[in-house]
Each structure stands twice: as structure tokens, then as C-alpha cells.
Design a protein around this ligand. Structure first.
Ligand SMILES: Cc1ncc(COP(=O)(O)O)c(C=O)c1O
Length: 412
């Protein structure tokens, strides 16, 4: 898969992608690796004859719940499905508002809209903390607020203590979009387990890649029951239960979807989960090398300085170019060195659909970083030589005047 994983969220086209020459990226944005253990698990599942949701899904759910320390884990088709199910499970619908950060993948806002509710976008904390600002959440709460959907940007935990305090004071639900954060902890507790429901993605560029997949975790057994029903047409039993003779028939208790994960994906997930901690540690090491060489160089800033009491999942290596620099020129220069970059994210509130909604408002910190964010390559198997190439190319590009103010950004 080397070089073919372009983030589904990259909006800024870089014209000189080496596709012109047919050559792959020399350093892709993200990468997956296969090995005999993954291949054996996959082939064993295929040979078993059970290809839909069955024993491997149950095994993956149990292992993921153990890793997180959550009571329940429900495997689903992808991270977007996880967010959709979470909103349906808490009864979110028309007339409700859900608060979320604009600096985010669009899945959360789209799912809020699709259940008939209104997304209310909030600002990020600062140039150093690109997660949602609790003070802006407080300002956005209204009598219609049903939930806060936080997102642990780049695998860095949000300020959950303040967020949970606001949620409990106003009696609103908390959904954690932990797509970037499997294995991340805050004060020893796993991201995804602070709120009512945590949602994960196992898309190929994520920390725990299976291809397409997701997981929903919760400690609330009633919510878990509803999530399971919603995942599979509201049916009281799965095909696997009937195959095992655990049930002869089924009833339908509510209107649901087919958001099930299948066993081949779960089989990959079981193996990947065993590697997650080592992979996150590799991501942490590479990120610290980037920080050492790039933070402060030519006015570059690297958000998320190390904070006590947290272990991020280091999903993304994001830098902030100096004010006034040309991001597209910077990215072109790296692309001409066959280094792939991306942007996480074009702010959701600035997309045409959301900009033209009545609830639109300006978000000053998000907008001040929006045109300067660049995501550099980061994946666990990244070799030191590749990290050095990215650092040198970044320094060269900044040195060769893609413009901008070389003083380090002192914004809040
Ligand atoms: C923050 C965030 N939320 C949700 C999703 C949706 O996950 P998926 O692509 O598995 O549907 C993604 C990833 O793609 C994401 O990055």
C-alpha cells in the first residue's frame, strides 16, 4: 500500500504528486505493514468459512474493551458508523444541538446533521492545543444542547476534566471521537472512556489499521444494548448466534442499520491490537525527533508540547508554518522531494455546506491556524533516514523562502 494512502481528508491538491512520473512517494504520509502473523490470521479466518460477523469480531471486541478498560466494546463497519450509532443511541435528533470542534474531520458534523440535529462549532484552545476549547463549549451551551462531541486531535487528549464538569452541570451527554486516539491516556485513563460513548476508526491510515473498521465503547450497559441493536437492524440475535444454535429466530425491537464489522477485518484487528502500544511508542519517538529539529526552525511551531499526566497516541505530526508563508508552495517543495504531506483539517465551519447554515459563526483561533497547518509523514515503521529526509526537506523549504515571519508564533 506504500504511497497510495492519501488521507481521505486532504483537500489541498499538490500538483506535482509523483504520479506524474508513475513513481511512488519516497516518504508517504502514512503506511501499513503486513507480516506472516497478520496474513496467517486472515487466511485462517477465510478458510474457516465464516466471513461475516462472528467469533473473530467477539474476540476483537473483548480485547479492545480490555485495552481501554471499558465495560463494553461494539465493533462496527467504520468510524463514521460509530459516530452515527452513538448519536442515535443517546436519542439525538431534530431540534437538538451538538457541540464539536470545527478543526475536525467532517464525519462528526455530517452525522449530527444526518440525525436531524444541528452541529455547533467551537474553537480550539490555542496554537499549542488544537483540541476543543472548554471555555468556548461553555459559551455555546443552550437549552437545546444534547451532547458535546469532542475529538482527541492527532491522538492528544482533550481537556476532559473541564469538559466533563460542563457536561454534568448542564446534564448533556459526551461523545468522544477517539478516531486518532486508540491507546492514548489522560491521567492513566484511556481516551474514549471519559464520556458516555467513545468512537474509534480503524481506517488504513489510523494507529490501529484494519482497512475499514471502527469500535464503540461504553460503560453503560443500556447504551451498549441499544448500540448493538442499532448496529444490526434492531434484531435481537445475529446470524452467528443462530448458526451456533443459540437462537432459532429473532425479533426486531427498533429500526436499525447494518453497521457490522466482518470477521476478516476483526482478525486483522486482534493482531494489530497486540502491537498498538509499541507502535504508539514508535510514533512518539519520531514525533520527538521532529520536535527537536523543527520547532522554532524558521518560525515553525509544533503544537502539543509534552504535558504531564497524558500519553498521546501521536497519530499526526502536525506543524504550523509561520504567518504569511505559502503552504501550497511549501507542500509543492516537499512533493518535489517525493515527500507526501496533508492538511488536518480544512475547518468544517468554512466548508460551503456549513458556512451557509444559519448557525455559522467565526472561530478566531481555528481560522488563525487553518492556512498554516501541515501534516508531515508519520508511521511506526518509518526509518530514521526517512525522518531525516523530511526534516531536511522541511528546513530547506523554509530556508528557501516560502515566505513568512521566522519569529516563533506567540499567539495565545
Ligand atoms: C477524527 C475522525 N473522526 C471520524 C473519522 C471517520 O472514520 P472512518 O473513516 O473510519 O469512517 C475519521 C477518519 O477517517 C477521523 O479522522
Amino acid at each position: 500500500m506504500r504511497g497510495v494512502i492519501e488521507s481521505p481528508h486532504a483537500m489541498e491538491k499538490v500538483g506535482s504528486r509523483p504520479a506524474d512520473t508513475g513513481a511512488p512517494w519516497s516518504v508517504p504520509l502514512s503506511d501499513v505493514t503486513s507480516d506472516p502473523e497478520i496474513e496467517a490470521a486472515l487466511f485462517e479466518t477465510i478458510r474457516s468459512g465464516w466471513w461475516s460477523s462472528g467469533p473473530r469480531v467477539l474476540e476483537f471486541e473483548a480485547a479492545f474493551a480490555r485495552m481501554c478498560g471499558s465495560r463494553e466494546a461494539i465493533a462496527v463497519a467504520n468510524g463514521t458508523a460509530a459516530l452515527h450509532l452513538a448519536l442515535l443511541a443517546i436519542g439525538c435528533g431534530p431540534g437538538d444541538e451538538v457541540i464539536l470542534p470545527s478543526l475536525n474531520f467532517v464525519a462528526g458534523a455530517n452525522m449530527i446533521g444526518l440525525v436531524g440535529a444541528t452541529p455547533v462549532f467551537c474553537d480550539i484552545g490555542s496554537v499549542d492545543d488544537l483540541t476543543i476549547d472548554p471555555a468556548d463549549i461553555e459559551a455555546a451551551v443552550t437549552p437545546h444542547t444534547k451532547a458535546i462531541m469532542v475529538m482527541h486531535y492527532g491522538g492528544h487528549p482533550c481537556g476532559m476534566e473541564a469538559i466533563l464538569e460542563i457536561a454534568s452541570r448542564h446534564r448533556i451527554a459526551v461523545i468522544e471521537d477517539a478516531a486518532h486516539a486508540p491507546g492514548a491516556t489522560l491521567a492513566g485513563r484511556a481516551c474514549g472512556t471519559f464520556g458516555d460513548i467513545g468512537c474509534f476508526s480503524f481506517f488504513s491510515n489510523k494507529n490501529l489499521p484494519v482497512g475499514e473498521g471502527g469500535m464503540v465503547v461504553t460503560d453503560d450497559e443500556e447504551l451498549a444494548g441499544r448500540l448493538r441493536l442499532l448496529r444490526s437492524h434492531g434484531m435481537t440475535t445475529l446470524t452467528w448466534d443462530r448458526h451456533k444454535g443459540h437462537a432459532g429466530s429473532y425479533d426486531v425491537l427498533l429500526q436499525g442499520l447494518n453497521y457490522r464489522m466482518d470477521d476478516p477485518h476483526a482478525a486483522i484487528g486482534v493482531v494489530q491490537l497486540r502491537r498498538l502500544a509499541a507502535w504508539n511508542a514508535a510514533r512518539a519517538r519520531i514525533t520527538s525527533i521532529y520536535r527537536e529539529h523543527l520547532h522554532g526552525f524558521g518560525g515553525i511551531r509544533m503544537p502539543f508540547p509534552q504535558r504531564n499526566h497524558e500519553m498521546p497516541a501521536y497519530h499526526l505530526a502536525v506543524i504550523l508554518l509561520p504567518h504569511g508563508s505559502s503552504r501550497s508552495e511549501f507542500r509543492e517543495r516537499l512533493a518535489s522531494d517525493r515527500i507526501q504531506t496533508s492538511v488536518h483539517y480544512p475547518p468544517t465551519h468554512m466548508f460551503t455546506w456549513y458556512r451557509t447554515q444559519p448557525s455559522h459563526r467565526r472561530l478566531s483561533v481555528t481560522e488563525s491556524v487553518a492556512d498554516r497547518l501541515v501534516t508531515l509523514p508519520l508511521y511506526p515503521a518509518m526509518e530514521n533516514a526517512a525522518v531525516s529526509r523530511v526534516i531536511e526537506a522541511t528546513q530547506r523549504a523554509l530556508g528557501e523562502r516560502v515566505g513568512g515571519d521566522p519569529r516563533i508564533d506567540r499567539a495565545r
